[in-house]
Design a protein around this ligand. Structure first.
Ligand code: TXA
Ligand code: MG
Length: 368
């Protein structure tokens, strides 16, 4: 299949430029489009065959339900039943925006969208291209992130093509996504609204609007299954093995780690703070990406850097942790998953293994 690419021109009429893509959605084809979080792989959310196409294109496990995207607040009503007070409050405060709500589904929703669950995920994105595409298609658009299952989500049209060229009908190029990590998912069907996936709308923002908010224990505790089926899979993964170093002395320990790797002749990718990078020796086997001065900047660039390390063909990657406040919760969730939970803690002159494995070259005696 020849994948069409529509490069949007801000000077021209948006609806005109989206017409062909919307026609393809109406016909049951798959079209990738930008949102404020990441690129989505869209299909008519009320057409079961079209939605099955999404699973096939991504290689997505059938037990992982899809998010339905809407273009107006009131479009949630026919898709849901018994909206809770917290759901209504969140719609008012955070929509349109990077928030997905889990609500009780109505009879309109095909089985394949919810993977057999009684609830459905709904999001009203703020990106104007997404908004007009949904409106012109005349249906809710089912859209997971537009990557092959398990790969980092795409935040540019080029990254979509890298995974989906030849597999889907088209890609709308609307530039780089602002937020860079996927939407916050909140279960609104339980007595206390519960974060199933941290994202652009932070826990602090939700608490301000709603009072008490919980975090799905499956996101934090080992051995507990997450309530969002997609959160249990290894995810967001670059090709090279990745390790995460967290803790108060992460900078110094990243330097030691990098020097050990380079000493073994390995090419290493480093994703760290400017200060940490400044400690590293000049060596062309070290490819470092500075994660920026704010958490928003790190979130925006995280997947771009992980995908860049793939193209740079590094042998391994080491990332530096940040605190879990604000956007840090989403960033650390994604970084830990990217690293397959290979996590080391740096404190008091030592590195302590927290979970996962350590690289072969790493002498056990350097760990506690
Ligand atoms: O920012 C985003 O949310 C992006 C853009 C394209 O909107 N979409 C996205 O979709 O990240 P996806 O499919 O990659 O992630 C959807 C997550 C999965 O973890 C899935 O298991 C969960 O939402 N989910 C969907 N329906 C659910 C439900 N009824 N109950 C619990 N989790 C659900
Ligand atoms: Mg995804």
């Amino acid at each position: 299949m020849q994948t069409k690419l529509w490069l949007l021109n801000k000077e021209k009429n948006l609806d005109e430029q989206l017409k062909e893509a919307a026609e393809l959605i109406k016909k049951g084809e798959l079209v990738a489009f930008p949102t404020e979080t990441v690129y989505g792989l869209g299909a008519d959310g009320l057409n079961s065959d079209a939605c099955r196409g999404i699973f096939a294109a991504k290689g997505r496990p059938a037990d992982n339900p899809l998010i339905l995207h809407i273009a107006k607040l009131e479009e949630i009503y026919p898709l849901s039943t018994n909206l809770s007070a917290s759901a209504k409050r969140m719609m008012e405060v955070f929509w349109p925006g990077p928030l997905t709500m889990i609500v009780n589904k109505s009879e309109l929703i095909p089985q394949v969208v919810t993977a057999g669950l009684e609830t459905v995920a709904i999001r009203f994105p703020s990106n104007p291209v997404a908004n007009r595409l949904i409106a012109l298609s005349g249906c809710p658009i089912a859209a997971p992130s537009a990557n092959k299952s398990g790969r980092p989500s795409p935040t540019t049209a080029g990254d979509v093509l890298a995974d989906m060229e030849g597999v889907i009908a088209g890609v709308i190029d609307g530039g780089t996504c602002d937020i860079g990590v996927e939407s916050t998912i909140v279960d609104t069907t339980v007595p206390v609204p519960t974060i199933l996936r941290p994202g652009g709308i932070t826990r602090e923002m939700l608490e301000d609007a709603l009072g008490a908010v919980e975090i799905d224990p499956g996101l934090i505790k080992k051995g507990q299954i997450p309530k969002a089926p997609g959160m249990k899979y290894r995810h967001y993964a670059p090709q090279a093995e990745m390790y995460l170093i967290e803790g108060p002395e992460a900078s110094q320990q990243i330097k030691n780690f990098v020097e050990l790797a380079v000493g073994k002749g390995l090419h290493i990718g480093v994703l760290a703070d400017k200060k940490t990078i400044s400690l590293l020796p000049a060596d062309d086997r070290i490819i470092s990406h500075n994660w920026g001065s704010t958490k928003a900047e790190l979130a925006e660039k995280l997947y771009i850097y992980l995908r860049r390390f793939d193209r740079e063909k590094v042998d391994l990657i080491v990332g530096e942790g940040t605190t879990e406040a604000d956007l840090g919760l989403a960033i650390m969730n994604r970084m830990r998953k990217s690293a397959g939970h290979n996590i080391l803690w740096a404190e008091k002159g030592k590195l302590v293994k927290q979970s996962g494995k350590t690289p072969d070259f790493f002498p056990e005696n350097l760990l506690k």
